[in-house]
Design a protein around this ligand. Structure first.
Ligand SMILES: [Zn+2]
Length: 403
C-alpha cells in the first residue's frame, strides 16, 4: 500500500461535521488530515454538505452487470467496479466472492488480487476479500441464492488453496456452522488471521454458541439467508442477537429487512455491534429492465428494487448502496446521523482492524461529503446523497450534479 500516490498538493474541504454539526474547514496534506478549523458562525457555511469518514462496505458482490464470482471477471472489471463504488462515498470495501466451483472461485480471487497488485488505488480501496461460501447450508431458505450444487462441507485444504490464489487477501469468511467439524474449522481460520462470519446457516442455538466459542465474530446479514419459519425460542436468530461477541451485519436497503426488524435488531444488538452493508448484487447499478442472470431472469424495477422477473415481491439481490442503510437506520430506528454513520464506517473498520478516516489531525484522509436531511429541522429524513469522495487525500469522485 506504500506506493499509493501522494496528493501532490494540499486540499481544503468545507463541511459540517457528521458528529457535532459544526461547520469546519478540513486541511488535507498528503494522505492525512493536517488540520480542522472551526467555521462556526460563518454565513457561507449554511449551504455546506456534511463531512464524515468514508464508508466501509464489507459486502459488495459486484456492480453494473458484473459479479465478482464469475469466470468473466477481469482485472479491468475489478478496477471499474472499484471506481463506481467510490460514487457511494465508500472508501474501503471487501469484494465479496460467493459460492461457486473451485475453478470459478480461484479465478475470481486471483483476478481481484491481480487488480490490487496492478493499481495502487484499488489496493488502497480494497480492504480485504470477503469469501461468502462455499461451505453453506444446502437447505432452501438458509442457502439463499447460492447454487445448491456448489454448497459443500468445510474443506481446509481447499480454503488454503483459495487463500493462496487471493494472495492472502481473504480477510473475512462467511460459513454455515452446523457441520460437525465447524468449530475446529473456525479455530483454524482464526489462527490464520481470518475473521469468521456466521451466515446462510441452518444451525441450532447450541451450534451457534459453539461457533462463537470457537472464535466466530460476525453474523453475516442477520435475518437474511434464513428459513421462512423458525423455532420461536431456540432458533439461530435469537442466539445470534444474544451473543455479545458477535457483531451483526445488516442489509439496510428497506427491502431485505422490514423497518420493524431493522429497528429491533439494532436495539437488541446495540448500534455499537451493528455494521451496515449493501450486499449489492452484480446486477445493481443497471437501468430498469429485464436481465439474464446465472439462475433466472431478473428485473430492475423503476424504484431500483431488484426482483425475480415477472413479479414484484421476490428479491433477487440488493441494489442499493450502503448509504441507503444509513438513511433507513435514522428513519426506522430513530438513530442520530452520527450513530448511523458509525455503523457504516467505524464499526466495519473495527471488525477488519483498519483505521477509518477521521476528522482529527493525523487521521487518514478517507472522507465523504454528502447531503442529508436528518429530520431534525422538520423535513422528513432524506436519502444519503454523496457529493464528493476523498481517498488517501485525493479527490477521487465528485458528483456531476451542480451543488
Ligand atoms: Zn449472503
Amino acid at each position: 500500500m506504500g506506493d499509493f500516490p501522494e496528493g501532490t498538493e494540499s486540499m481544503e474541504l468545507c463541511g459540517r461535521r457528521f458528529d457535532t454539526g459544526e461547520a469546519v474547514r478540513v486541511e488535507v496534506d498528503g494522505q492525512k488530515v493536517a488540520a480542522v478549523r472551526s467555521c462556526a458562525g460563518d454565513p457561507a457555511a449554511r449551504g455546506w454538505p456534511w463531512i464524515a469518514p468514508g464508508l466501509v462496505d464489507i459486502q459488495i458482490n459486484g456492480y453494473g452487470g458484473q459479479e465478482f464470482s464469475s469466470m468473466e471477471l477481469t482485472v479491468e472489471k475489478v478496477c471499474r467496479i472499484s471506481q463506481q463504488v467510490l460514487s457511494f462515498g465508500v472508501t474501503g470495501y471487501c469484494p465479496t466472492v460467493t459460492t461457486e466451483s473451485f475453478e470459478v472461485l480461484e479465478h475470481a480471487l486471483r483476478t481481484i488480487a491481480q487488480a490490487c497488485e496492478s493499481s495502487p488505488e484499488v489496493a488502497r480501496h480494497v480492504r480485504g476479500i470477503h469469501l461468502e461460501g462455499p461451505y453453506l447450508s444446502t437447505e432452501e431458505g438458509p442457502r439463499g441464492a447460492h447454487p445448491v450444487e456448489h454448497c459443500r462441507r468445510p474443506d481446509w485444504d481447499e480454503f488454503q488453496r483459495l487463500q493462496a490464489a487471493a494472495g492472502g487477501r481473504i480477510c473475512l469468511h462467511t460459513m454455515a456452522v452446523e457441520f460437525e467439524e465447524a468449530p475446529s474449522f473456525i479455530q483454524q481460520l482464526v489462527a490464520a488471521g481470518v475473521i469468521v462470519g456466521i451466515g446462510h446457516t441452518a444451525a441450532d442455538a447450541v451450534q451457534i454458541a459453539r461457533a462463537v466459542e470457537a472464535g466466530a465474530r460476525l453474523s453475516t446479514h442477520l435475518g437474511n439467508g434464513s428459513h421462512l419459519m423458525i423455532p420461536r425460542h431456540r432458533g439461530y436468530i435469537w442466539e445470534q442477537l444474544a451473543q455479545d461477541r458477535l457483531m451483526a451485519s445488516l442489509i439496510g436497503d428497506g427491502h431485505h429487512l422490514p423497518p420493524a426488524v431493522l429497528k429491533t435488531f439494532i436495539r437488541a444488538k446495540t448500534p455499537q455491534r451493528c455494521i451496515l452493508v449493501s450486499d449489492m448484487s452484480g446486477q445493481a447499478g443497471q437501468p430498469p429492465g429485464r436481465y439474464a442472470s446465472r439462475f433466472c431472469d431478473v428485473e430492475i424495477l423503476p424504484n431500483g428494487r431488484l426482483v425475480v422477473a415477472g413479479q414484484h415481491e421476490i428479491m433477487a439481490g440488493a441494489s442499493s448502496p450502503v448509504g441507503c442503510g444509513i438513511a433507513n437506520a435514522v428513519r426506522f430506528a430513530g438513530l442520530r446521523l452520527e450513530t448511523a454513520i458509525r455503523m457504516a464506517a467505524h464499526n466495519p473498520a473495527g471488525l477488519l482492524g483498519i483505521t477509518p478516516g477521521g476528522l482529527s489531525p493525523g487521521d487518514p484522509a478517507d472522507l465523504v461529503l454528502f447531503r442529508f436531511e436528518d429530520g431534525s429541522e422538520g423535513a422528513p429524513p432524506s436519502e444519503f446523497a454523496p457529493v464528493a469522495t476523498v481517498l488517501g487525500g485525493r479527490l477521487v469522485w465528485q458528483s456531476p450534479d451542480p451543488p
